[in-house]
Design a protein around this ligand. Structure first.
Ligand code: ZN
Length: 312
C-alpha cells in the first residue's frame, strides 16, 4: 500500500525534472531542489572559479565548469544544452568581460543567481599592465584577477556571501569552508611577499599579459609578448621590443604557458640565448600542469619567478 502512494509521486517528480531539463524552463519550475534542501548546484566559467567554488561548497553540492579541462578559456563557446543547464543551477560564477560566450548566455538566459567575482576588487585597466593595444574589445579591464592571492580572498568572500543568501540553510558550511580557504590563500600570499622581497631584477617576460595583478601586488614589472588575449599573435614590432627590453633588464628567462603555443617564446629565447620556463596563468589544469590545483601551481610559479629573477 505504501509503495502505491510513493511511486506515482516519484514518477511525477521525475517527469517534471525531465520536462524542465528538456525545455530549459525558467527557475521556479520543479527542479527537485525543494526535495534536496541541503544541496547546492553551482556553474563556474573557468578553472580558478571552479577552485574557489569547490572549496566553498565542499560536500554540500556540485560544481560544474563550463570550460573543459585543458582548453583555453578566453575563446570559450557554449552549446544550447550548456546554456540551459547553466540557467537551471542555483548560481553561476563568472568574470564579466573575460568570456563573451558566458556574458551573452547570462544576458539571454538569466540564471537564478549570477555572481560577478570582480565585485569589490580594484581592477587594472586593459592598457595599464604593458598589454598591447587591441586587447579584447569586450573588456576594458584586465580580467586575470585570480593571479593575485589577495584578489582570490575577496572573490572567495563574494561567492560565499552570495551562496549563503541563496541557500541560507548551508551558510554555516560555506562560512567554515571559506575560512579554511582564506587561510590557504593568505599563506600563499605571504610566501609570495617573502619569496619576492629581495630579487636581482623585477622584470619578467610572459607569453600573454595574464600577470598584471600579480606584478602589481608584489612590485614586479610584467613584459608580455602577447596582449591580454593569448590567441592574438604578437606583431614583429612587439617581438623586437621584447628583445630590446630583455637585453636592457638582463632578463634570464622567457616564460611560456601550458595551454597556448610556446613557439614565439622559444624563438625569442633562442635568439637571445636565454632559458625558458613555465609561468602558468592557471586558466586550466591538465596532467602536464606543475600541480593539481590553484595553490600548487601558484607555488610552482613562485619558484619559477624566484629562479628567473635571482631572488634570495
Ligand atoms: Zn588569459
Amino acid at each position: 500500500m505504501v509503495l502505491m502512494t510513493i511511486k506515482p509521486r516519484f514518477a511525477l517528480l521525475t517527469a517534471a525534472v525531465v520536462a524542465s531539463a528538456l525545455t530549459g524552463c525558467a527557475p521556479g519550475t520543479a527542479t527537485g531542489t525543494t526535495e534536496q534542501p541541503n544541496a547546492v548546484t553551482v556553474t563556474v566559467a573557468a578553472y580558478p572559479l571552479q577552485f574557489l567554488a569547490e572549496r566553498i561548497v565542499g560536500d554540500a553540492g556540485v560544481v560544474t565548469n563550463l570550460t573543459a579541462p585543458g582548453t583555453e578559456p578566453h575563446d570559450l563557446e557554449l552549446t544550447a544544452r550548456q546554456i540551459a543547464a547553466m540557467a537551471a543551477t542555483d548560481a553561476v560564477v563568472y568574470i564579466p568581460g573575460f568570456q563573451a560566450a558566458v556574458d551573452d548566455a547570462i544576458a539571454s538566459t538569466p540564471p537564478k543567481l549570477a555572481i560577478d567575482v570582480t565585485s569589490g576588487l580594484s581592477l587594472l585597466k586593459a592598457s595599464q599592465d604593458g598589454a598591447e593595444e587591441g586587447a579584447d574589445a569586450g573588456s576594458s579591464y584586465d580580467p586575470h584577477i585570480w593571479l593575485s592571492p589577495a584578489n582570490m580572498v575577496t572573490m572567495a568572500h563574494t561567492i560565499s556571501t552570495a551562496l549563503s543568501t541563496e541557500k541560507p540553510q548551508l551558510a554555516g558550511t560555506f562560512d567554515a569552508n571559506t575560512k579554511a580557504l582564506v587561510a590557504d590563500l593568505t599563506a600563499l600570499g605571504d610566501s609570495y611577499r617573502t619569496g619576492l622581497a629581495s630579487c636581482q631584477r623585477t622584470q619578467f617576460i610572459t607569453s600573454h599579459a595574464a600577470f598584471g595583478y600579480l606584478a602589481r601586488d608584489y612590485g614586479l614589472q610584467q613584459i608580455p609578448i602577447a596582449g591580454l588575449d593569448p590567441t592574438q599573435e604578437p606583431t614583429a614590432a612587439r617581438i623586437a621590443a621584447v628583445h630590446q627590453l630583455a637585453r636592457q633588464y638582463g632578463v634570464t628567462t622567457i616564460f611560456f604557458e601550458t595551454l597556448v603555443s610556446d613557439t614565439v617564446a622559444k624563438s625569442i629565447a633562442g635568439d637571445l640565448g636565454l632559458k625558458t620556463a613555465v609561468l602558468d596563468p592557471i586558466e586550466g589544469i591538465t596532467p602536464s600542469s606543475a600541480g593539481t590545483d590553484y595553490l600548487e601551481v601558484m607555488r610552482s610559479n613562485l619558484t619559477a619567478l624566484e629562479a628567473a629573477n635571482g631572488c634570495s
